[in-house]
Design a protein around this ligand. Structure first.
Ligand code: DHB
Length: 392
C-alpha cells in the first residue's frame, strides 16, 4: 500500500493529523493496533485547553463536544481544609472544556470515516524502515497476522510511549530526559451527580486528591497512591474513606456525593522527553515523543499542538516544496513541550505528599499554595498555563 503520510497510531494525535491533512488535500493512512471498540472505550484524561476546543470547532468536529462537554471558567485549589477558586475567565479571559479524550477519539473516527479516509484497525506496526531516505516504509502485521508494508513520503509516529516509532530512531540520534515520581494516581469513574461545579485539586497530609467530572451523571476522581499499588487493594469502602478524609473542609457544609464505582485504574506518573522529535522523514508527535505527569491534564493538548505544527510543515512541503517548516518542527514543538513539562512538574510537586521527605518540603508546598491562591500575579501564571499557552 502507498500513501503520502503514513500515520502510526490512531489516538488523538494520529486521528487529528489525518483529519487536518485531509482538509488540506493531503492523503494519509492510519495504522492502529487496537480495535475501534477498544480505542473508543479507553478512559483517559478529560480536560481540553481553550486552543484545543477552538481547533476542534474550526475543523468541524466540535459539535458534540459543545453539546455534551462542560465549559469551566475556573478550578479550585484546596489545602489546610480550605478551598480557593482560581478564576480563569477573570484572570486570562479563557477557560477549559471537560470532555473525555475517548469522546474526542470517537468524534475524530466518525469524521475520518465520513470523509472516506482509511483507518486500518488491529494493525500492529513492526518497524519503520528508511526514515533517513525519501521513501520510508512502515512494516506492520494486519489482523490476521500477515505482514504488510505501507510506503509513504512521511511517517508520523503517533504510536504512544511504547510504540515502535521512537525506537526506530538510532540511539545515537536522540537524547531522552526522564523523571519518575514516587507516587501514582488511583482513578475511579463513579455514577453520581457532580459534587462540585468545578474541579478540586486538593493537597492533604494523607496525599493528593482530585475531583473531576465526565458528565452530569458520571464523575472522575483520583487519589495519590503508591505507584506499585494494585486496584485489588482498594475496595470501594477504602476509596470513599480516603476521599472523604482528604477532601474534608475546615468549615463544613460541603459533602462528596458517592455512587456506584464503575471502573478503577492506576495511572503512573512520569516526565519524559525525547529530543529531537524528528529523524529524517519520521516525525514523532504526542506520547511517542513526550509524557507529562497527569496533574494539569496537558497530555492530549500537547499532542494536538504537535500535529498542528506537523500538518503545517507537511502541507507546506506539498504546496511549494519548502522544507524549512519540516526542519523547524522539532524545535517549535519542544519549546512548547518543555513549558508544559515544567507546568506539569510544578503542579505535581506542589500538590502531592512526598511521604519519604521531611516536613520542611511539605511546609514549602503549603506556602506555595498560599502564595498561588493569594497573589493575582501567581494565580494568573497558573491560569495562563492551565488554559494553555498561546500557539506560536
Ligand atoms: C482529569 C485529569 C487530570 O490529569 C487533571 O489534571 C484534571 C482532570 C480528568 O481525568 O478529568
Amino acid at each position: 500500500m502507498r500513501t503520502q503520510v503514513g500515520i502510526v497510531g490512531g489516538g488523538p494525535a494520529g486521528l487529528l493529523l489525518a483529519h487536518l491533512l485531509h482538509l488540506r488535500g493531503v492523503e494519509s493512512v492510519v495504522l492502529e493496533r487496537r480495535s475501534r471498540e477498544e480505542l473508543e472505550s479507553e478512559i483517559r484524561a478529560g480536560v481540553l485547553e481553550q486552543g484545543t476546543v477552538d481547533l476542534l470547532n474550526e475543523i468541524g468536529v466540535g459539535e458534540r463536544m459543545m453539546k455534551e462537554g462542560a465549559f469551566h471558567r475556573g478550578v479550585n485549589l484546596q489545602f489546610g481544609g480550605r478551598r480557593h477558586r482560581i478564576d480563569f475567565q477573570d484572570l486570562v479571559g479563557r477557560g477549559i472544556m471537560l470532555y473525555g479524550q475517548h469522546e474526542v477519539v470517537k468524534d475524530l473516527i466518525s469524521a475520518r470515516l465520513a470523509s472516506g479516509g482509511e483507518i486500518v484497525f488491529e494493525a500492529q506496526a513492526l518497524a519503520v524502515e528508511g526514515a533517513d531516505t525519501e521513501s520510508p516504509v512502515v512494516r506492520y502485521a494486519d489482523r490476521s497476522g500477515r505482514e504488510e508494508e505501507l510506503s509513504c513520503d512521511f511517517v508520523a509516529g503517533c504510536d504512544g510511549f511504547h510504540g515502535v516509532c521512537r525506537p526506530s530512531i538510532p540511539e545515537t540520534a536522540r537524547r531522552e530526559y526522564e523523571r519518575h515520581y514516587p507516587f501514582g494516581w488511583f482513578g475511579i469513574l463513579v455514577e453520581a451527580p457532580r459534587s462540585s461545579e468545578e474541579l478540586i485539586y486538593c493537597l492533604h497530609e494523607r496525599g493528593f486528591a482530585l475531583i473531576s467530572t465526565r458528565s452530569p451523571q458520571i464523575q472522575r476522581m483520583y487519589l495519590q497512591c503508591d505507584p506499585d499499588d494494585d486496584v485489588a487493594n482498594w475496595p470501594d469502602e477504602r476509596v470513599w474513606e480516603e476521599l472523604h478524609a482528604r477532601l474534608a473542609m475546615a468549615e463544613d457544609g460541603w459533602r462528596l456525593k458517592e455512587g456506584p464505582i464503575l471502573q478503577k485504574n492506576i495511572v503512573a506518573m512520569r516526565s519524559f522527553i525525547c529530543e529531537p522529535m524528528r529523524y529524517g522523514r519520521l516525525f514523532l508527535a504526542g506520547d511517542a515523543a513526550h509524557i507529562v505527569p497527569p496533574t494539569g491534564a496537558k497530555g492530549m493538548n500537547l499532542a494536538v499542538a504537535d500535529v498542528r505544527v506537523l500538518c503545517e510543515a507537511i502541507t507546506g512541503f506539498y504546496a511549494s516544496g519548502r522544507t524549512d517548516l519540516l526542519d523547524a518542527y522539532s524545535e517549535r514543538c519542544l519549546r512548547r513541550v518543555w513549558k508544559a513539562q515544567r507546568f506539569s512538574w510544578w503542579m505535581t510537586s506542589m500538590l502531592h505528599r512526598f511521604h519519604g521527605e521531611d516536613e520542611f518540603r511539605y511546609r514549602l508546598q503549603l506556602a506555595e499554595l498560599d502564595y498561588v491562591t493569594g497573589s493575582r500575579a501567581a494565580s494568573t501564571s497558573l491560569a495562563e498555563n492551565y488554559t494553555g499557552l498561546p500557539m506560536e
